[in-house]
Design a protein around this ligand. Structure first.
Ligand code: FES
Ligand SMILES: [Fe+2]
Length: 370
Protein backbone atom coordinates (compact mmCIF):
# COMPACT_ATOMS: atom_id res chain seq x y z
CA UNK A 1 0.00 0.00 0.00
CA UNK A 2 1.49 3.38 -0.90
CA UNK A 3 1.35 6.14 1.71
CA UNK A 4 -1.38 7.99 -0.20
CA UNK A 5 -3.92 5.17 -0.02
CA UNK A 6 -5.13 6.06 3.48
CA UNK A 7 -6.27 9.45 2.14
CA UNK A 8 -8.92 7.60 0.12
CA UNK A 9 -10.55 5.94 3.13
CA UNK A 10 -13.93 7.22 4.35
CA UNK A 11 -13.34 10.52 6.11
CA UNK A 12 -13.89 9.04 9.58
CA UNK A 13 -10.70 6.97 9.27
CA UNK A 14 -8.83 8.80 6.48
CA UNK A 15 -5.42 10.39 6.92
CA UNK A 16 -4.35 13.54 5.17
CA UNK A 17 -1.47 13.66 2.70
CA UNK A 18 1.81 12.70 4.38
CA UNK A 19 4.40 15.26 5.44
CA UNK A 20 6.71 14.50 2.49
CA UNK A 21 4.09 15.98 0.13
CA UNK A 22 4.71 19.35 1.79
CA UNK A 23 8.45 19.27 2.32
CA UNK A 24 10.24 17.33 -0.41
CA UNK A 25 11.47 18.74 -3.71
CA UNK A 26 10.65 15.45 -5.47
CA UNK A 27 7.00 15.77 -4.37
CA UNK A 28 6.93 19.36 -5.64
CA UNK A 29 8.23 18.21 -9.04
CA UNK A 30 5.64 15.47 -9.18
CA UNK A 31 2.88 17.97 -8.42
CA UNK A 32 4.09 20.17 -11.26
CA UNK A 33 3.52 17.27 -13.61
CA UNK A 34 0.42 15.66 -12.10
CA UNK A 35 -1.51 18.53 -10.46
CA UNK A 36 -0.53 21.48 -12.65
CA UNK A 37 0.59 19.80 -15.86
CA UNK A 38 -2.51 17.89 -16.94
CA UNK A 39 -5.37 20.34 -16.73
CA UNK A 40 -6.24 24.03 -16.44
CA UNK A 41 -4.78 26.19 -13.69
CA UNK A 42 -4.72 29.95 -13.12
CA UNK A 43 -1.56 31.50 -14.55
CA UNK A 44 -2.06 35.26 -14.17
CA UNK A 45 -4.50 38.16 -14.29
CA UNK A 46 -5.16 39.60 -17.73
CA UNK A 47 -5.17 43.22 -16.51
CA UNK A 48 -1.46 42.84 -15.69
CA UNK A 49 -0.86 42.92 -19.44
CA UNK A 50 -3.52 45.36 -20.49
CA UNK A 51 -2.16 46.86 -23.73
CA UNK A 52 -0.90 45.42 -27.02
CA UNK A 53 2.82 44.75 -26.76
CA UNK A 54 2.75 44.06 -23.01
CA UNK A 55 4.87 41.07 -21.97
CA UNK A 56 4.59 39.20 -18.68
CA UNK A 57 7.01 36.37 -17.82
CA UNK A 58 5.48 33.91 -15.34
CA UNK A 59 7.22 30.85 -13.92
CA UNK A 60 5.01 27.95 -12.89
CA UNK A 61 6.84 25.82 -10.33
CA UNK A 62 10.02 26.52 -12.28
CA UNK A 63 8.57 26.22 -15.81
CA UNK A 64 9.30 29.47 -17.63
CA UNK A 65 6.25 30.81 -19.47
CA UNK A 66 5.62 34.11 -21.22
CA UNK A 67 2.30 35.91 -21.61
CA UNK A 68 1.96 38.34 -24.50
CA UNK A 69 -0.80 40.79 -25.43
CA UNK A 70 -0.76 40.74 -29.25
CA UNK A 71 -1.38 43.66 -31.60
CA UNK A 72 -4.96 42.44 -31.93
CA UNK A 73 -5.36 42.58 -28.15
CA UNK A 74 -5.42 38.81 -27.63
CA UNK A 75 -3.54 37.04 -24.88
CA UNK A 76 -1.06 34.41 -26.03
CA UNK A 77 1.22 32.22 -23.98
CA UNK A 78 4.53 30.62 -24.95
CA UNK A 79 7.30 28.72 -23.28
CA UNK A 80 9.72 31.50 -22.40
CA UNK A 81 12.68 29.77 -23.98
CA UNK A 82 14.66 30.82 -27.05
CA UNK A 83 14.63 28.10 -29.70
CA UNK A 84 18.37 28.56 -30.34
CA UNK A 85 20.35 27.76 -27.19
CA UNK A 86 17.51 27.85 -24.69
CA UNK A 87 17.95 31.23 -23.00
CA UNK A 88 15.00 32.42 -20.93
CA UNK A 89 13.82 34.95 -23.45
CA UNK A 90 12.07 37.67 -21.41
CA UNK A 91 13.24 38.34 -17.85
CA UNK A 92 10.97 41.17 -16.68
CA UNK A 93 7.52 42.58 -17.51
CA UNK A 94 7.69 44.99 -20.45
CA UNK A 95 5.30 47.36 -22.17
CA UNK A 96 4.69 48.43 -25.74
CA UNK A 97 6.96 45.90 -27.43
CA UNK A 98 6.64 44.96 -31.09
CA UNK A 99 8.92 41.93 -30.82
CA UNK A 100 10.99 39.87 -28.41
CA UNK A 101 14.74 39.81 -28.99
CA UNK A 102 16.94 37.22 -27.35
CA UNK A 103 19.94 38.92 -25.70
CA UNK A 104 22.34 36.09 -26.53
CA UNK A 105 22.54 35.99 -30.37
CA UNK A 106 19.74 38.42 -31.14
CA UNK A 107 17.22 36.02 -32.61
CA UNK A 108 13.97 37.94 -32.69
CA UNK A 109 10.37 36.74 -32.40
CA UNK A 110 7.18 38.64 -33.14
CA UNK A 111 4.29 38.88 -30.67
CA UNK A 112 2.70 35.79 -32.23
CA UNK A 113 5.81 33.80 -31.39
CA UNK A 114 7.11 33.54 -34.98
CA UNK A 115 10.85 33.63 -35.43
CA UNK A 116 11.56 36.73 -37.57
CA UNK A 117 15.31 37.41 -37.46
CA UNK A 118 18.38 35.20 -37.10
CA UNK A 119 21.33 37.57 -37.64
CA UNK A 120 24.52 36.05 -39.07
CA UNK A 121 23.15 32.52 -38.71
CA UNK A 122 24.84 31.50 -41.98
CA UNK A 123 28.11 33.39 -41.33
CA UNK A 124 28.90 37.09 -41.13
CA UNK A 125 26.23 39.09 -42.96
CA UNK A 126 24.38 35.93 -43.95
CA UNK A 127 21.12 35.93 -42.11
CA UNK A 128 19.89 32.62 -43.49
CA UNK A 129 21.43 29.19 -43.35
CA UNK A 130 20.97 26.26 -45.71
CA UNK A 131 18.41 23.86 -44.32
CA UNK A 132 17.34 26.20 -41.52
CA UNK A 133 13.67 27.02 -41.70
CA UNK A 134 12.57 29.93 -39.49
CA UNK A 135 8.94 28.93 -39.73
CA UNK A 136 9.72 25.73 -37.83
CA UNK A 137 11.49 27.52 -34.97
CA UNK A 138 8.77 29.69 -33.48
CA UNK A 139 8.22 29.77 -29.71
CA UNK A 140 6.36 26.76 -28.37
CA UNK A 141 2.78 27.84 -27.66
CA UNK A 142 0.78 27.05 -24.52
CA UNK A 143 -3.00 26.81 -24.59
CA UNK A 144 -4.73 29.59 -22.64
CA UNK A 145 -8.20 30.92 -21.93
CA UNK A 146 -9.62 33.83 -19.94
CA UNK A 147 -12.56 33.90 -17.54
CA UNK A 148 -13.37 37.21 -15.86
CA UNK A 149 -9.84 38.61 -15.54
CA UNK A 150 -8.21 35.27 -14.82
CA UNK A 151 -5.86 33.74 -17.39
CA UNK A 152 -5.86 29.93 -17.34
CA UNK A 153 -3.25 27.72 -18.96
CA UNK A 154 -3.27 24.06 -19.99
CA UNK A 155 0.29 22.79 -20.35
CA UNK A 156 -0.84 19.41 -21.65
CA UNK A 157 -2.84 20.87 -24.53
CA UNK A 158 -5.29 18.04 -23.95
CA UNK A 159 -7.62 19.31 -21.23
CA UNK A 160 -11.30 19.79 -22.13
CA UNK A 161 -12.35 23.22 -23.41
CA UNK A 162 -12.01 25.84 -20.67
CA UNK A 163 -15.76 26.55 -20.66
CA UNK A 164 -16.49 22.84 -20.20
CA UNK A 165 -13.98 22.60 -17.38
CA UNK A 166 -15.54 25.66 -15.68
CA UNK A 167 -19.13 24.57 -16.36
CA UNK A 168 -19.86 22.86 -13.00
CA UNK A 169 -18.78 25.94 -11.06
CA UNK A 170 -20.59 28.36 -13.39
CA UNK A 171 -23.72 26.26 -13.02
CA UNK A 172 -23.45 26.31 -9.26
CA UNK A 173 -22.95 30.09 -9.35
CA UNK A 174 -25.61 30.94 -11.93
CA UNK A 175 -27.45 33.10 -9.35
CA UNK A 176 -24.37 35.20 -8.63
CA UNK A 177 -23.90 38.21 -10.95
CA UNK A 178 -20.87 36.71 -12.73
CA UNK A 179 -21.55 38.64 -15.94
CA UNK A 180 -21.54 41.94 -14.07
CA UNK A 181 -18.30 41.59 -12.12
CA UNK A 182 -15.59 43.98 -13.34
CA UNK A 183 -12.02 44.20 -12.03
CA UNK A 184 -11.97 46.79 -9.26
CA UNK A 185 -9.44 49.58 -9.34
CA UNK A 186 -7.66 48.43 -6.22
CA UNK A 187 -4.11 47.29 -5.62
CA UNK A 188 -3.45 43.53 -5.53
CA UNK A 189 -3.35 41.90 -2.09
CA UNK A 190 -0.13 39.91 -1.91
CA UNK A 191 1.48 37.72 0.72
CA UNK A 192 4.56 35.56 0.69
CA UNK A 193 3.94 32.42 2.75
CA UNK A 194 6.59 30.18 4.19
CA UNK A 195 4.33 27.26 3.51
CA UNK A 196 3.35 24.76 0.86
CA UNK A 197 0.67 25.96 -1.54
CA UNK A 198 -1.67 23.06 -0.62
CA UNK A 199 -1.92 24.31 2.95
CA UNK A 200 -3.36 27.59 1.66
CA UNK A 201 -5.96 25.57 -0.27
CA UNK A 202 -6.86 23.31 2.64
CA UNK A 203 -7.18 26.22 5.01
CA UNK A 204 -9.36 28.11 2.57
CA UNK A 205 -11.69 25.15 2.08
CA UNK A 206 -12.95 24.97 5.63
CA UNK A 207 -14.87 27.35 7.89
CA UNK A 208 -14.05 25.34 11.02
CA UNK A 209 -11.28 27.75 12.10
CA UNK A 210 -13.47 30.84 11.77
CA UNK A 211 -14.21 31.57 15.47
CA UNK A 212 -10.56 31.37 16.52
CA UNK A 213 -8.64 32.75 13.56
CA UNK A 214 -11.17 35.28 12.20
CA UNK A 215 -13.20 36.64 15.13
CA UNK A 216 -14.11 39.76 13.13
CA UNK A 217 -15.35 37.82 10.11
CA UNK A 218 -17.18 35.46 12.45
CA UNK A 219 -19.28 38.43 13.59
CA UNK A 220 -20.22 39.29 9.97
CA UNK A 221 -20.88 35.69 9.00
CA UNK A 222 -20.64 33.17 11.82
CA UNK A 223 -19.64 29.53 11.80
CA UNK A 224 -23.23 28.41 12.34
CA UNK A 225 -24.27 30.11 9.06
CA UNK A 226 -21.80 28.06 7.01
CA UNK A 227 -22.27 24.90 4.96
CA UNK A 228 -19.75 22.75 3.07
CA UNK A 229 -19.39 22.59 -0.71
CA UNK A 230 -17.87 19.53 -2.38
CA UNK A 231 -17.63 18.93 -6.13
CA UNK A 232 -15.25 17.04 -8.40
CA UNK A 233 -12.86 19.91 -9.21
CA UNK A 234 -13.60 22.34 -6.38
CA UNK A 235 -14.58 22.44 -2.73
CA UNK A 236 -15.12 25.04 -0.06
CA UNK A 237 -17.86 26.54 2.03
CA UNK A 238 -20.79 28.88 1.76
CA UNK A 239 -22.49 31.25 4.15
CA UNK A 240 -26.19 32.04 4.21
CA UNK A 241 -25.61 35.25 6.08
CA UNK A 242 -23.00 37.54 4.65
CA UNK A 243 -24.10 40.76 6.33
CA UNK A 244 -21.33 43.19 5.42
CA UNK A 245 -23.09 44.59 2.37
CA UNK A 246 -24.35 48.11 1.96
CA UNK A 247 -21.43 50.20 0.76
CA UNK A 248 -21.32 48.93 -2.82
CA UNK A 249 -24.17 48.29 -5.27
CA UNK A 250 -25.66 44.79 -5.01
CA UNK A 251 -27.20 42.67 -7.75
CA UNK A 252 -30.04 41.61 -5.43
CA UNK A 253 -30.78 41.28 -1.71
CA UNK A 254 -29.20 37.83 -1.40
CA UNK A 255 -27.05 37.30 1.69
CA UNK A 256 -25.44 34.24 0.18
CA UNK A 257 -21.65 34.10 -0.13
CA UNK A 258 -19.62 31.15 -1.40
CA UNK A 259 -15.89 30.47 -1.10
CA UNK A 260 -14.39 27.68 -3.13
CA UNK A 261 -10.95 26.47 -4.05
CA UNK A 262 -10.98 25.70 -7.75
CA UNK A 263 -8.23 23.07 -7.90
CA UNK A 264 -5.37 23.36 -8.05
CA UNK A 265 -4.49 26.98 -7.29
CA UNK A 266 -7.40 29.39 -7.32
CA UNK A 267 -9.32 30.56 -4.25
CA UNK A 268 -12.56 32.31 -5.19
CA UNK A 269 -15.19 34.24 -3.25
CA UNK A 270 -18.58 35.22 -4.75
CA UNK A 271 -21.01 37.75 -3.25
CA UNK A 272 -23.91 39.79 -4.55
CA UNK A 273 -21.80 42.96 -4.50
CA UNK A 274 -18.27 41.74 -5.15
CA UNK A 275 -16.00 38.87 -6.10
CA UNK A 276 -12.41 38.01 -5.34
CA UNK A 277 -9.83 35.60 -6.66
CA UNK A 278 -6.58 34.61 -5.03
CA UNK A 279 -4.03 32.91 -7.26
CA UNK A 280 -1.50 30.69 -5.52
CA UNK A 281 1.96 30.66 -7.03
CA UNK A 282 4.01 27.76 -5.61
CA UNK A 283 7.70 28.75 -5.50
CA UNK A 284 9.13 25.87 -3.49
CA UNK A 285 7.85 23.08 -1.22
CA UNK A 286 7.75 25.62 1.61
CA UNK A 287 7.26 28.90 -0.27
CA UNK A 288 4.12 30.31 -1.91
CA UNK A 289 3.01 33.70 -3.16
CA UNK A 290 -0.65 34.64 -2.77
CA UNK A 291 -1.94 37.25 -5.23
CA UNK A 292 -5.55 38.35 -4.77
CA UNK A 293 -7.72 40.72 -6.82
CA UNK A 294 -11.18 42.21 -6.33
CA UNK A 295 -14.13 42.70 -8.66
CA UNK A 296 -17.19 44.89 -8.08
CA UNK A 297 -20.42 45.27 -10.01
CA UNK A 298 -20.56 47.28 -13.24
CA UNK A 299 -19.59 50.91 -12.76
CA UNK A 300 -18.90 50.52 -9.04
CA UNK A 301 -15.70 48.75 -10.03
CA UNK A 302 -14.12 51.98 -11.23
CA UNK A 303 -16.37 54.92 -10.32
CA UNK A 304 -14.65 57.53 -8.10
CA UNK A 305 -17.78 57.70 -5.95
CA UNK A 306 -17.06 54.17 -4.71
CA UNK A 307 -13.30 54.53 -4.32
CA UNK A 308 -13.38 54.59 -0.52
CA UNK A 309 -15.86 51.72 -0.31
CA UNK A 310 -13.58 49.68 -2.56
CA UNK A 311 -10.60 50.50 -0.36
CA UNK A 312 -12.45 49.46 2.78
CA UNK A 313 -13.47 46.20 1.14
CA UNK A 314 -9.88 45.56 0.10
CA UNK A 315 -8.61 46.34 3.61
CA UNK A 316 -11.14 43.96 5.14
CA UNK A 317 -10.10 41.03 2.95
CA UNK A 318 -6.43 41.83 3.39
CA UNK A 319 -6.91 41.55 7.14
CA UNK A 320 -8.75 38.23 6.83
CA UNK A 321 -6.08 36.79 4.51
CA UNK A 322 -3.35 38.00 6.86
CA UNK A 323 -5.05 36.28 9.79
CA UNK A 324 -4.61 32.96 7.98
CA UNK A 325 -0.87 33.35 7.37
CA UNK A 326 0.27 32.34 10.86
CA UNK A 327 -1.74 29.11 11.09
CA UNK A 328 -0.82 28.09 7.56
CA UNK A 329 2.89 28.61 8.25
CA UNK A 330 2.58 26.71 11.51
CA UNK A 331 0.98 23.77 9.67
CA UNK A 332 4.06 23.78 7.43
CA UNK A 333 6.38 23.64 10.44
CA UNK A 334 4.30 20.78 11.88
CA UNK A 335 4.73 18.83 8.67
CA UNK A 336 8.49 18.61 9.15
CA UNK A 337 7.92 16.58 12.32
CA UNK A 338 8.61 12.82 12.09
CA UNK A 339 5.57 12.44 14.34
CA UNK A 340 3.20 13.87 11.72
CA UNK A 341 1.20 11.01 10.23
CA UNK A 342 -0.97 12.98 7.80
CA UNK A 343 -3.35 13.98 10.56
CA UNK A 344 -7.08 13.31 10.47
CA UNK A 345 -10.30 15.13 9.66
CA UNK A 346 -13.46 16.18 11.43
CA UNK A 347 -16.05 14.02 9.64
CA UNK A 348 -18.43 16.99 9.63
CA UNK A 349 -16.34 20.16 9.41
CA UNK A 350 -13.47 19.00 7.19
CA UNK A 351 -15.28 17.40 4.24
CA UNK A 352 -14.13 20.10 1.76
CA UNK A 353 -10.46 19.78 2.76
CA UNK A 354 -10.65 15.98 2.66
CA UNK A 355 -12.11 16.30 -0.85
CA UNK A 356 -9.05 18.29 -1.92
CA UNK A 357 -6.72 15.67 -0.42
CA UNK A 358 -8.60 12.92 -2.31
CA UNK A 359 -8.35 14.87 -5.55
CA UNK A 360 -4.60 15.34 -5.10
CA UNK A 361 -3.95 11.79 -3.90
CA UNK A 362 -5.78 10.23 -6.85
CA UNK A 363 -3.81 12.30 -9.32
CA UNK A 364 -0.60 11.42 -7.55
CA UNK A 365 -1.34 7.73 -8.04
CA UNK A 366 -3.11 6.67 -4.82
CA UNK A 367 -4.83 3.33 -5.07
CA UNK A 368 -7.91 2.39 -3.08
CA UNK A 369 -6.95 0.55 0.13
CA UNK A 370 -7.91 -3.12 0.06
S1 FES B 1 20.06 31.54 -27.34
FE1 FES B 1 18.67 32.97 -28.11
S2 FES B 1 19.62 33.74 -29.85
FE2 FES B 1 21.00 32.26 -29.18
FE1 LIG C 1 -9.26 31.54 7.13
Amino acid sequence: MNDLASVLRPIETASGLPGRCYTEVSAFEEERRELFGRDWFCLAFASDLAEPGDLLPVDVMGTALLLVRTREGEIRCFHNVCRHRGVRLVENPQRGRKSMRCPYHSWTYDLDGRLRATPHIGGVDRHRAPGFCKSKRGLFPVRTGVWLDMVFADLSGEAPALEDWLAPLLKRWRDFPLARYRPAETEPIRFRLEANWKLAVENYCEAYHLPWVHPGLNRISSLSDHYPIVDAAFSGQGSTRYTARGELPCADDSELAEYVALYPNLLLGAHTDHFFAMRLDPLAPDGTVEDARLWCLDDAAAAPAYAEARQRLRARWEEVFREDVDVVERMQRGRRSPAFDGGCFSPVMDTPSHAFHRWAALRLGARQPA
